[in-house]
Design a protein around this ligand. Sequence first.
Ligand SMILES: *Cc1c(COP(=O)(O)O)cnc(C)c1O
Length: 408
Amino acid sequence: MKLKKNIPLIDQHDKYGFWGGKFGGSFIPETLKKPVEDLTIQFEKLRKDKKFIEKRDFYFKNYIGTPTSLIKLENLSNHLGGAQIWAKIVSEANGGAHKIYNATVHALICKAMGKKFIVGDTGAGYAGKMLSMAAKKFGLKCKIFMGAKDIKRQKPNCDAMRKNGAEIIPVYSGSQTLVDAVSECMRYWVSNCDNTHMCVGSTVGPNIFVKICGWSTSQISRELKMQLREKFNKIPKKIKLVNCVGGGSSAYGFWSEFIDFEKKQIELIGVEAGGPKKSKLHAAPLSRGAKLGILHGAAAYCCQNDEGQINETESISAGLDYPSVSPIHCFLKDTKRARYTYATDEDALNAYKMVTKFENLNPSLEPCHAFAEAIKIAPELSEETVIIVNSCGDAQKDRDILKKRLRK
Ligand SMILES: *Cc1c(COP(=O)(O)O)cnc(C)c1O
């Protein structure tokens, strides 16, 4: 299993859609083959179309508000000693997180295909919220499939989706959570694909959805590369790019331009959700167990029991609470190009406390998992080492849970 140079990782799959011969693929019912094929042809055409790229770049700039800043966390670095810690503030993006890149591109694809309806699934509600934002912006009718149990747990996000004009379709089958919402959404798409486009909210799902999402978030690393040249005159000799990993879309977007670099120069570190310290449950399929399974139309490492049933997961951060992960991260793990580890709920909370104590930054609980790792490794590293954390979400959305957990 080997990585190729000069080819985007999203394109390094075989003709069956597998990365490294075993991760990804398109495990879909016969009835979905045609819409998936149509979408694949359209996407491959659009990504080579200059006008489409111009449109994408226009909305990235004038709707999402890119480029987002790269700042040095000087106080935190001085406090810890050792490496310099920097952060790319992707949470400056419209909506407060990176999911808007993928949602915007899907809305543009939907329009380019002449479709008026867009559907998507959501667990914690952020993917749904961002899709409803993009749908509103581009005048598309939007339906979000969501487990009935999740609807009860995620009221603020549901309110936001409705406010954006989206219809939430409650899913009562199975565990009434994300897994069932995904199946239901795909079923709906099969019967309505003539006028409806489907969006998957991370670099997961059947092959084509991994590719579209990765293509969208890779904007983050294009910006970072330019900003590094601006601030350091050249790409520094020792960099560590630290990113939290749920589905893996922010991490892929943060790393994509740097995968061809030597590991010695640019180390890629993915941090999964280790869950509560005292619990056996977690959402860290890459760093705690790594067993191959099939979920949501793709083969990837998943949290599962000995019989192959998908395990329940637990994490303080809703955005990372997902039992599987992108096939491209499985590939990066097995080729050893990226290193994966985890932070517990407690680690993430401590990182939140420390970052907010020293810096004017309010990272959500997902990137706090990445900050926890940065805080852990910085003191042992030299000052020429540049650690960069993708601060991909804003803690505004976590304020209730933070209030509860930080009150002594
Ligand atoms: C959804 C979300 C994540 C996890 O998804 P990835 O695809 O791994 O990026 C991480 N951070 C934030 C802020 C999110 O909203």
